[in-house]
Design a protein around this ligand. Structure first.
Ligand SMILES: [Zn+2]
Ligand SMILES: [Zn+2]
Length: 286
């Protein structure tokens, strides 16, 4: 039974073969047969033009550890790994920033991606700029926000991101809950709208096990959200969002069980941005 992991990062290591091998070897050890390396687009110097200029964190003004990697070197590294026989997809995780769709589209069209992940990580700042609501150093901003409004803004952007049609998969669809801030109102309507937007756009939702490693301690998406996605016929991928080798394939049997209980019997694989549905293993088959 195939078990791909379509969300992994190199940013805590380096942009080199050793780091990639480390992830690939961890994948084999975890029973994962294929990985997509989905580095954050903002780690590539060339791709910063797809972000608003007043996003201080992205442009490295308030983080000394800013990566300034070369996108061409990244693509060469992944192509070379593939030529060596490693099961690696050439992929990227792009942030959806409203108003930057045309630039984003140029970058997406210009390179031979296997898979483009889209995610919402930024909301407008209260006093200008942008707030990375899932970034630990920016967590205190939550204390100044109305949680329901944050959720409303997040899900509106998520629906917009889906309808751009630029992405193959929407990553961690309810990452807004990362630190455990839960809305007072029932989130069912947001879930339904997001699931509808993804269904209309014909894109995949990501079941992302990183939520189990975060303060919220819950899979992305929440059970009720996953059920809404299933009802709307939105296909899925299952991913770890590993930023460290030991997290590749993290929690996959449990995530597969969650997908199965929601009704899913298939998961997706990608190549050159073409999607194929393959059987999801039955929970008792592991
Ligand atoms: Zn992300
Ligand atoms: Zn990620």
């Amino acid at each position: 039974m195939r078990r791909p992991d379509y969300h992994t990062h190199l940013e805590n290591y380096a942009l080199d073969r050793d780091s990639l091998l480390r992830m690939a070897e961890a994948a084999v050890a975890a029973g994962v047969d294929e990985i997509a390396v989905t580095e954050h687009a903002h780690n590539f110097l060339q791709c910063r033009d797809t972000y608003p200029p007043d996003n201080d964190w992205v442009h490295g003004r308030d983080r000394p550890d800013r990566r300034n990697w070369d996108l061409e070197a990244y693509l060469r590294l992944l192509e070379a790994a593939r030529a060596e026989g490693l099961r690696v997809l050439v992929a990227v995780e792009w942030d959806y920033c409203p108003g930057y769709e045309a630039r984003l589209e140029r970058w997406i069209r210009s390179y031979p991606w296997d898979l483009v992940l889209g995610g919402v990580h930024w909301l407008p700042g209260r006093t200008g700029g942008w707030w990375g609501f899932d970034i630990p150093e920016q967590r205190t901003e939550w204390e100044h926000r109305d949680v329901d409004r944050v959720y409303g803004d997040y899900f509106r952007l998520l629906c917009e991101a889906a309808s751009t049609g630029l992405f193959d998969v929407l990553a961690h669809p309810d990452v807004v809950k990362v630190f455990g801030h839960l809305p007072r109102q029932d989130p069912a309507e947001w879930y339904e709208q997001a699931a509808e937007a993804m269904a209309r756009a014909g894109i995949c939702a990501e079941i992302n096990t990183a939520g189990w490693r975060k303060p919220v301690g819950e899979l992305y998406p929440a059970p009720a959200f996953l059920q809404a996605l299933y009802r709307q016929g939105v296909p899925i991928v299952i991913s770890s969002d590993a930023h460290w080798a030991e997290h590749v394939g993290f929690g996959f049997p449990e995530a597969e069980r969650a997908a199965y209980s929601a009704g899913y019997r298939t998961r997706c694989v990608f190549q050159a941005r073409r999607r194929l549905e393959i059987p999801l293993s039955r929970p008792d088959e592991g």
